[in-house]
Design a protein around this ligand. Structure first.
Ligand code: KG4
Ligand code: ZN
Length: 334
């Protein structure tokens, strides 16, 4: 089955063509980073306008790179939520229009489930059940994943998402946008033990990143001057390490608690080089297998949406044209 995936939940317009659930024929991503950069964050109104401008060329390019025409597409999978409603509606409308015009079935899928499914775009695909850490700009959730469409939330953040903690820190330090990517790069030359930041490590599987963010603010206030250029790498390396410590410890603990031997780390923050290295090291020490997709499948993309859609479409699910977009759509299906 040839599935066209479409993703537009935030600031990436993306389309992908996937064959038989595992062979990716194309993966096109139009990023709006340079557009939102000057505002220091995603501006929803601008994001949806930009999606409208690029959605048709992005879908056409995905078909062209895959070497197929619309006639060959047998199903369409599109992100229904969670995300910015104005952005989601662009992808959803595109999917419905193509479906209606060509009589191709379509399904609306959950963006978080898409991130979880990105694990199947990695070389070492996980077997069910596995524990998934979805760590992005909007979420820091731990799931026990039994199957496609069957996952149970066992831990989440009480306040900021990890990606948000990176983005807010970069804004506070005025070091560039998007924060996570800039911190990843600058931290490489810093000492992760230079500054002591708190780890919210309580016994539960709940995360909290407001403490580390406040600690950074307090640290910069105490300096009583903007940190010098040369001090930034140590500060961000220490800040990053505090976040990574908690992500690794809680996710591996979740696997041990549920007697599951495999974890998948997915979502934008899973593109972070320190997250990737630390998960690999610590999981190996504790005898847990770890799957982390290549960075291009960690940040928002349509390939992961096509993976989920493939499973629903092959099981006969079809959505109707009155399907709406959902800004909030928690998945906890058990
Ligand atoms: O999954 P994603 O593309 O969009 C959401 O669903 O939120 O994740 C975006 C988040 C942003 O907070 C961004 O700063 C973070 O992922 N991110 C990173 C890196 N690349 C993206 N954080 C740390 N290190 C990175 N290399
Ligand atoms: Zn995402």
């Amino acid at each position: 089955m040839l599935v066209l995936g479409i993703e537009s939940s935030c600031d990436e317009t993306a389309a992908a063509v996937l064959q038989d659930g595992n062979k990716l024929l194309s993966n096109v991503i139009a990023s709006q980073i340079p557009i939102h950069e000057k505002y220091g964050g995603v501006v929803p109104e601008i994001a949806s306008r930009k999606h409208v401008e690029v959605i048709v060329p992005v879908v056409l390019e995905a078909l062209e790179r895959a070497g197929v025409t619309l006639d060959a597409i047998e199903g369409i999978s599109v992100t229904r939520g969670p995300g910015l409603v104005g952005s989601l509606l662009v992808g959803l409308s595109m999917a419905k229009a193509l479906s209606m015009a060509r009589g191709i079935p379509f399904v609306g899928v959950n963006h978080l489930e898409g991130h979880v499914a990105s694990a199947f775009l990695a070389e070492d695909k996980p077997a069910f059940p596995f524990v998934a850490l979805v760590v992005s700009g909007g979420h820091t959730n731990i799931y026990v994943v039994e199957d496609f469409g069957r996952m149970r939330l066992v831990g989440q953040t009480r306040d900021d998402a990890a990606g948000e903690a990176f983005d807010k820190a970069a804004k506070l330090l005025d070091i560039g946008y998007p924060g996570g990517v800039v911190i990843d790069r600058l931290a490489k030359t810093g000492n992760p033990s230079a500054v002591s930041f708190p780890r919210s490590m309580k016994d539960s599987l709940e995360f909290s990143f407001s403490g580390v963010k406040t600690a950074l603010l307090t640290y910069t206030k105490k300096l009583d001057r903007p940190p010098a250029q040369g001090e930034i790498p140590d500060i961000v390396a220490s800040y990053q390490e505090a976040i990574v410590d908690v992500l690794v410890e809680k996710t591996l603990r979740a696997a041990e608690t549920h007697s599951i031997g495999r974890v998948a780390v997915v979502g934008g923050v899973a593109a972070n080089s320190r997250v990737r290295a630390r998960f690999r090291e610590d999981a190996e020490k504790r005898g847990i297998q770890v799957t982390i997709p290549p960075p291009v499948f960690c940040t928002d993309n349509a390939a992961m949406i096509a993976v989920v859609g493939h499973h629903f479409l092959t099981r006969g699910r079809r959505d109707a044209y009155d399907l709406n977009a959902l800004s909030r759509w928690p998945i906890d299906t058990q």
